[in-house]
Write a protein that binds this ligand. Sequence first.
Ligand SMILES: *Cc1c(COP(=O)(O)O)cnc(C)c1O
Length: 367
Amino acid sequence: MKFTIRFNPTLAAVPRYQPGRPIEEVARELGLAPEAVIKLASNENPLGPSPRALAALRNGLDQVHLYPDGNAYYLKQRLAEKLDVDPRHLALGNGSNEILELIGHALLGPGTDVVVSDYAFAVYPIVTHLFGANLITVPARDYGHDLPAMRRAITPRTRVVFVAQPNNPTGVAAPEAEIQQLVEDLPPGVLLVMDEAYREYQEKPLDLLPWVREGRQPHLVLARTFSKIYGLAGLRLGYAVGHPDLISALDQVRAPFNVNRLAQEAALAALDDREHLERTRANNAAGMRAYEQAFRAAGMAWVPSAANFILVRVGDGQRVFERMQERGVIVRPMGGYRLPEWVRITVGTPAENERCIAALLEVMASI
Ligand SMILES: *Cc1c(COP(=O)(O)O)cnc(C)c1O
């Protein structure tokens, strides 16, 4: 029998997210043992979760028959303390991905515009179209956001501007002065979403919290996540820091228990593990140097990155991705981002980086 109910017409325009391929799936397909495959495709923490988070998880396992605290009191208190904001400035999401979607629920609909940059995070167009809003894509500048041009692209119908700092998939961080300018000069009626998923990898990240804390820009919201440097991608936890009125609206449209109890407990423990963060940052900086050195030696072009991944130009990105995958190395092809000549590589452990570079050079020599 055919399915004949008409789908919501907005669905036709919603692009499908193409995730990095899971290790198990690739191993199954190639007939390899999962241990023989490495994944450098989703910007996960190659050192794994914080040991403190793991201990908290083990400790919390026998409570999973209970619903989580829907308001995540303890986690919000701890985060608020750490960020020096009132908890009323905080909303939690099932990944910061959900935060982006809640923003759509609260602010977007037919007749509204969203401004994004070319080569920006794939979830922004998805959220835009999900709510029937109109997407305005501004050409990138040197693979990064052209913030002055994005400011000029704002229309009276614009409700949301999404900016990732640093950007994924290119790794480019916009100049601080341009961000400050945009925050200061935001037209009324427009929410600026600063997606700071990779902030902790930046050497000197711009601190936008004072704008929120002091209420100087009520229309700025920061989106952050435990998926990247905190190594908890599998638990799904992200948060928004913004004006209490926005936070209240996000809270209104979320599902009642959107953040599970294990995620809350692991995040609480991970927040205090400075050592794990420092180790991750050091590993990332060393790995980034290894990739740049290899690309330079091979005469390959790359985009200097402020995050934990790097874009490298390989010619036929899809083909190189497939050939590397045959060698048990999963990277991310960029055709879906209109960067078909590039692949994106997540910085791994030293051994993973070495193996990835060897596979890449072998593939490049063979095509
Ligand atoms: C990975 C990523 C996120 C975070 O996703 P989660 O839903 O928190 O796992 C958000 N924004 C960008 C730009 C990302 O790359």
